[in-house]
Design a protein around this ligand. Structure first.
Ligand SMILES: NC(=O)c1ccc[n+]([C@@H]2O[C@H](COP(=O)([O-])OP(=O)(O)OC[C@H]3O[C@@H](n4cnc5c(N)ncnc54)[C@H](OP(=O)(O)O)[C@@H]3O)[C@@H](O)[C@H]2O)c1
Length: 219
């Protein structure tokens, strides 16, 4: 399988790209990011790209892949308003899904959403995530993942206090609805692609179950 990863410089995407590189089911990992990754692997090719509404200059990265794993995102606390949040959360992802459909028809689009997303939510972030899920499922048959706390790679974007709290969050590990290891998101996406899953929302508990069905990773 060949996969294309977005958000690989972040906490969730950093784990997903490592899980893909380690997976025996994955032959090639492509990453699109606006800066180089602090990670290298024989299977990995990185395209540094600046405009996440226009992928035409890197269309080749979308060609001949089996899945696109969308881990790019931002906290609503890190943008000035809803328009800026919607641009990154919704518009960037929809533009990528459109390019994927053109260049790799039949490939799966996996979208990292978040636990608590809901069309009727009073929280702006939760509504925008749910609207994005709706549009991606309707137009591209996307698989939308709603992780709880993600124990991922260190991310320079995460607020300092959250980074410091991470070891404490690990007490949540036994609770299937509350915690996910970052690499399990990658394993689950790979496994769901192999199983042909499409157009559905997957919560944290099921995410962990799907990851547990994935083939064992290389050391
Ligand atoms: N962390 C959690 O516990 C958690 C739980 C549930 C859901 N999620 C969701 O998971 C997704 C990823 O979260 P994360 O914790 O991995 O975040 P993160 O560490 O901040 O990583 C975000 C990624 O998105 C990229 N990105 C952000 N804004 C961008 C922009 N304007 N243009 C291009 N790239 C941009 C970042 O690139 P740069 O490195 O270049 O900034 C980075 O690769 C988000 O949608 C988040 O809502 C997270």
């Amino acid at each position: 399988m060949k996969v294309l990863v977005f958000g690989a410089t972040g906490g969730a995407g950093g784990s997903v790209v490592r899980a893909c590189a380690a997976s025996p089911a994955v032959a090639e990992v492509r990453a699109v990011a606006r800066r180089p990754l602090g990670f290298a692997h024989d299977k990995l090719r990185v395209s540094v790209h600046g405009d996440f509404l226009d992928y035409e200059p890197i269309a080749d990265a979308f060609t001949g892949v089996d899945a696109c794993l969308w881990c790019l995102g931002i906290s609503a606390t890190q943008v000035p308003d809803e328009a800026a949040y919607r641009l990154i959360t919704h518009d960037f992802a929809v533009a990528a899904a459109r390019m994927l459909a053109e260049r790799s028809p039949g490939a799966a689009f996996h979208y990292v959403s978040g636990q608590g997303a809901g069309l009727d939510s009073r929280m702006m972030w939760a509504r925008v995530k749910a609207e994005t899920e709706r549009d991606l499922m309707r137009d591209f048959g996307a698989v939308c993942w709603r992780p709880a706390f993600i124990d991922g790679e260190d991310s320079p974007n995460a607020p300092r206090f959250l980074q410091a709290m991470r070891p404490f969050f690990r007490v949540l590990r036994p609770f299937a609805g509350l915690y996910v290891a970052g690499q399990d998101i990658g394993r689950a996406m790979i496994q769901a692609t192999a199983e042909g899953q499409r157009a559905r929302i997957i919560g944290n508990r099921e995410l962990r179950q799907i990851a547990s069905r994935a083939p064992a990773s290389a050391a």
